[in-house]
Ligand binder design. Structure first.
Ligand code: SF4
Ligand code: SF4
Ligand code: FES
Length: 249
């Protein structure tokens, strides 16, 4: 018979600059509980396991179905999404911590804007010329769709960056998600007009050569995106572009 209660150990931090501390909570177990619903239960009755009244734990969430990417945190030592982390499948006590490589806003909520800045730097979009009717766009072959659909499933959660040993302040590495989005938009029939600029943005410090190919990223990606394939493919394209640039191509 499973335990009738759930114990959560949560690393908390009141402000971006304050010292973190730990609190433990014991909740009644409910069928189908996940980490986000546990945090909702704490918010309804924010009392620690030793009876101290505290503040509700702050965390991000939105879709509750692993689509928006906002609820990423470290659960039992692994970067993953809180809404799809089922309590019945987790070892207890369940440990929750904020991401370590992103500034803490409060408790489990972090600022992941570096990913969005990186996506801007590589122009991760399909450019459109004006707002008038351009007619139907070019068709994509089934082979191109097979490549691009899995890449388009990225939810910008940043799990791949948190798990990557190379993603840190010393390297300034852009991380796997951004590289994979370069592959997505460089495969798109209209998006490929910016192919050269995207590849050039991945050259030099912080670019694709920082990747040590440790493959942690692909192991934690909640959407099973073939990140290491993307890194290999984009790495070859960056190399070709660098040679072409050298010879004025
Ligand atoms: S392969 Fe390794 S070094 Fe490269 S992005 Fe993935 S986790 Fe980081
Ligand atoms: S590539 Fe995967 S792990 Fe990385 S941000 Fe996208 S969905 Fe998250
Ligand atoms: S709440 Fe949207 S991915 Fe978890």
């Amino acid at each position: 018979m499973p335990n009738q209660t759930v114990i959560l150990r949560i690393k908390r931090q009141d402000t971006p600059g304050s010292r973190p501390y730990w609190e433990e909570f014991e909740l009644a177990r409910k069928p189908g509980m996940n980490v986000t619903s546990s945090l909702m239960d704490i918010a309804l009755n924010p009392v620690t396991r030793d009876g101290k009244t505290t503040t509700p734990v702050v965390y991000d969430s939105n879709c509750l179905e692993e689509v928006c990417g906002s609820c990423a945190m470290i659960i039992n030592g692994r970067a993953r999404m809180a809404c799809s982390a089922l309590v019945d499948e987790l070892e207890q006590p369940i440990t929750l911590e904020p991401f370590t490589k992103f500034p803490v806003v409060r408790d489990l909520a972090v600022d992941r804007s570096v990913l969005f800045e990186n996506l801007k730097a590589v122009k991760a979009w399909v450019p459109l010329d004006g707002t008038y009717d351009l007619g139907s766009g070019p068709r994509m072959s089934p082979n191109e769709q097979d490549v691009t659909y899995p890449l388009s499933r990225c939810i910008s959660c940043c799990c791949c960056m948190e798990a990557c040993p190379q993603f840190n302040e010393d390297t300034g590495f852009v991380g796997a998600a951004t590289i994979s989005q370069v592959r997505l938009f460089n495969t798109h029939p209209t998006g490929k007009v910016l192919k050269r600029e995207r590849l050039q943005a991945l050259m030099g410090d912080g670019g694709i050569q920082e990747c040590g190919y440790a493959q942690n990223c692909v192991e934690v990606c909640p959407k099973d995106i073939p990140l290491t394939d993307s890194i290999s493919q984009v790495g070859r394209a960056v190399m070709k572009q660098a040679i072409a640039d050298l010879f004025g191509g």
